[in-house]
Ligand binder design. Structure first.
Ligand SMILES: NCc1[nH]cc(CCC(=O)O)c1CC(=O)O
Length: 333
């Protein structure tokens, strides 16, 4: 048996798929190969909103799983919609890496050093809102493209502008904000000039975490041979799972689900386990940075159900604090 991992062709996707492939092969003892899946979001360069949102990146991989064109898909968890995918299971969330957002600025500048009116690029309403709340004098510019293309818009940061996507835009910004996790995975933490602590900028729910998805029939707990023993893939997937990461991202995604928030809603959430408690912090911001609702709560229910309930409780506190009035929670792109 060769296990086929479906992957997008971007540098970040290939890197994280290859890492998962190496780990699966090591613990499973079976051969693993990468299968490239082209997604609509990779092929077309137009507005993501016209393609049905960031979910287009995920949908093609899920179709490939359901069509038996691959056995495993590795997603950035923060790109996964919260709704269920029938027939598929998130079999593992490996131990999460750095959850923070990172400023990548010209000349080594930190947020406090940027001059008034400095142009800071981000495609994320969540980052834009928290940037504006911290520094209302900045000019936040909407950008998209892969990590290289984004970095290439800051003078002195070696990036590779995709000219089809953003013609003539090389070096036009003072800084961009990216997830530390993505930079870490592709070995580009050298461009970071400041890591934002979570009191300045709460990350996207699931940021820094991967979701390893498979057909439910192959998932740990469901897959079995006639004698009831789990199959080799299910066992290997179970070995890649980190339960503290699973609890944290379950709580974070539960906030999004209870808020019925779209993928472009300005919502941040971060959960972490400390001892016998699971802590969750979440924020909803007006995109112009003028208003913020923030809540924090903990539970000693260290189970999937406990984490989900914690997310619901925090979401309801946010709603009671006026979250739906300050932000368009349904916003999608
Ligand atoms: N939306 C794009 C995306 N999806 C996952 C990551 C990397 C971070 C992660 O794995 O959480 C990124 C890039 C970014 O936000 O800078």
């Amino acid at each position: 048996m060769t296990v086929r991992i479906g992957t997008r062709a971007s540098k970040l996707a290939l890197t994280q798929s290859q890492q998962a492939a190496d780990q699966l092969a090591a613990v499973g003892g079976f051969p693993v190969e990468l299968v490239r899946v082209r997604t609509e979001g990779d092929v077309r360069t137009g507005s993501l909103s016209k393609m049905g949102g960031a979910g287009v990146f995920v949908a093609a991989l899920r179709d490939a799983l359901l069509d038996n064109a691959c056995d495993v898909a590795v997603h950035s968890l923060k790109d996964l919609p919260t709704g269920a995918a029938p027939g598929l299971t998130i079999a593992a969330t490996p131990k999460r890496v750095d959850v923070r957002d990172a400023l990548c600025a010209r000349d080594g500048l930190k947020l406090a050093d940027l001059p008034a009116g400095a142009k800071v690029g981000t495609g994320s309403p969540r980052r834009a809102a928290q940037l504006r709340a911290a520094r209302p004098d900045l000019d936040v510019i909407d950008i998209r493209g892969n990590v290289d293309t984004r970095l290439g818009r800051v003078p002195g940061l070696p990036g590779n502008i995709d000219d089809a996507l953003v013609p003539g835009k090389s070096g036009d910004l003072d800084a961009v904000v990216l997830a530390a996790a993505g930079l870490e995975r592709i070995g580009r933490l050298d461009v970071v000039t400041e890591f934002f602590e979570t009191d300045v900028m709460l990350p996207a729910p699931g940021q820094g975490s991967l979701a390893i998805e498979c057909r439910t029939a192959d998932a740990p707990g469901t897959a079995g041979s006639a004698d009831g023993a789990p199959n080799a893939l299910a066992q290997a997937l179970a070995a890649l799972n980190d339960e503290d990461t699973r609890l944290a991202v379950t709580a974070e995604r539960s906030v999004l689900a209870r808020l019925e928030a779209g993928c472009a809603a300005p919502v941040g959430a971060y959960a972490y386990r400390k001892g016998s408690m699971l802590y969750l912090e979440a924020v909803v911001c007006a995109v112009d940075g003028s208003k913020t609702v923030r809540e924090k709560k903990a539970t000693d229910g260290l189970t999937e159900v406990g984490a989900t309930l914690l997310g619901i409780e925090v979401a309801e506190l946010l709603l009671a604090g006026g979250a739906a009035d300050i932000a368009d929670l349904a916003a999608s792109r």
